[in-house]
Design a protein around this ligand. Structure first.
Ligand code: FEO
Length: 403
């Protein structure tokens, strides 16, 4: 297990988890993930974050090739979630550091997660605090709710290096360590999936943090996140910052995602007819059947869509459960600036469209058109109605996008 020197005397000592598939209901692309930890060797030797419980031996094996763990002076805990702090008790026991730095809310989280915390040399640091470790300084920037209350960045001005914790992460498991090793499209997909399934609800905090980074005048030529690949060089760093601004601004894209579930293909036929109408008015769409697509994939698709068209037949006076699960997941991630529309077939009671409409309205989506409900199997006339509805939605979306 080799470490990797990412800057002079700064080493990656993390672990690659090829087996991880689920993160709180977010289904990771099949690549798994990484838990990045870093060590800086100066007059003081500092470990930044650890790894998930179960991967501590991997971290230690890498660490031991460059430094005796007992020579680690400080551990910085940028975030207490257990994919980064799971190995913290073992590392503290082994390294016996002089100090463990965390944010004030990090201390609260440590107290709530670990029983031995009273024995640990915890020291809290706030935005603007810095410590000298020899030739280098570590400056701390709290990034509350990006994405937990305790989260913070650590910045080393002498190296122009930002340890960004979860921010700018991607769930990628591979032997590559730098973003410039990956085709831009693949990296962008991984960043989008991660942002839209984890960071999206905290987009206001992202914008505030980007402003704070500019205000503090942090010169950055490397962003080292705790998941995935490291951005090295000004171009890669600029790309990461710009992409986060775009994600956080959530400007509506001229594109639709049509999500549905169907019992006997009637709602499905409606979905395809609506897509035709959208297309006829120049709005591309992707149709996603919830029996075949995970709700995480819908969120990733949503990144480029300003319109969500949601369909379900009426089932037991409600909607089909995959649609209910997807809408619940989507609501928690709080997408902004979207249009919504509901559709579905029914046999007798017909509650589906009202329920779907309530879900969409509950997310704050604008609803430019009434929901569309068709009894039993849609005939040609009904499909023509669906197509017209698709056209009307396309016109509304184009108006929202400023066309
Ligand atoms: Fe919030 Fe990667 O943990």
């Amino acid at each position: 297990m080799q470490p990797l020197e990412i800057k002079k005397n700064v080493h990656w000592v993390g672990a690659v988890d090829y087996g991880s598939r689920d993160f709180h209901g977010y289904s990771l692309s099949p690549q798994g993930t990484t838990y990045n930890a870093y060590v800086v060797l100066d007059e003081k030797k500092v470990l930044f974050d650890t790894v998930k419980h179960g991967f501590s031996e991997v971290l230690l094996e890498r660490l031991r090739t460059i430094v005796n763990p007992e020579d680690i002076d400080y551990i910085v805990v940028n975030h207490v979630e257990l994919d980064h702090a799971g190995a913290l008790p073992q590392l503290i026991k082994l390294c016996k550091p002089e100090a463990v730095f965390c944010s004030p809310l990090g201390q609260k989280a440590i107290e709530g997660h670990f029983k031995n915390w009273r024995d640990w040399p915890l020291k809290t640091v706030k935005t603007g605090d810095s410590i000298s470790i020899g030739k280098r300084t570590i400056r701390f920037v709290e990034t509350r709710m990006l994405h937990w209350p305790d989260s913070m960045f650590s910045y080393i001005p002498e190296d122009k290096l930002l340890f960004s914790n979860d921010a700018f992460g991607q769930n990628i498991a591979s032997s590559e360590r730098f973003t410039d090793a990956l085709a831009r499209e693949a990296l962008d997909q991984a960043m989008t999936e991660y942002y839209y399934n984890i960071v999206l609800p905290y987009s206001q905090q992202v914008l505030k943090t980007l402003a704070q980074v500019a205000e503090l005048g942090l010169e950055i030529d490397m962003i080292a996140p705790d998941h995935g690949l490291i951005f090295r060089g000004e171009d890669e760093v600029r790309y990461a910052l710009e992409r986060y601004r775009e994600f956080a601004e959530q400007k509506p894209g001229k594109r639709a995602v049509i999500v549905y579930d169907s019992m006997w293909h009637s709602t499905e036929k409606m979905a395809y007819a609506i897509a035709e109408g959208l297309n006829a008015e120049g709005v591309p769409s992707r149709i996603m059947d919830m029996k075949r697509n995970h709700h995480s994939a819908v969120m990733t698709e949503l990144a480029r869509c300003g319109l969500v068209v949601a369909g379900s037949p009426t089932h037991n006076n409600g909607i089909l459960p995959y649609m209910a699960a997807m809408l619940t997941y989507m609501k928690g991630l709080r997408p902004q600036n979207r249009l919504g529309a509901a559709f579905g077939s029914f046999g007798w009671s017909g509650e589906c469209v009202k329920i779907l409409t309530d879900h969409l309205a509950g997310m704050g989506f604008e609803l430019p058109e009434e929901g569309l409900k068709i009894k039993h199997v849609p005939d040609e006339e009904a499909l023509a109605q669906c197509m017209e509805r698709g056209k009307a939605l396309a016109r509304a979306l184009k108006a929202k996008c400023g066309e």
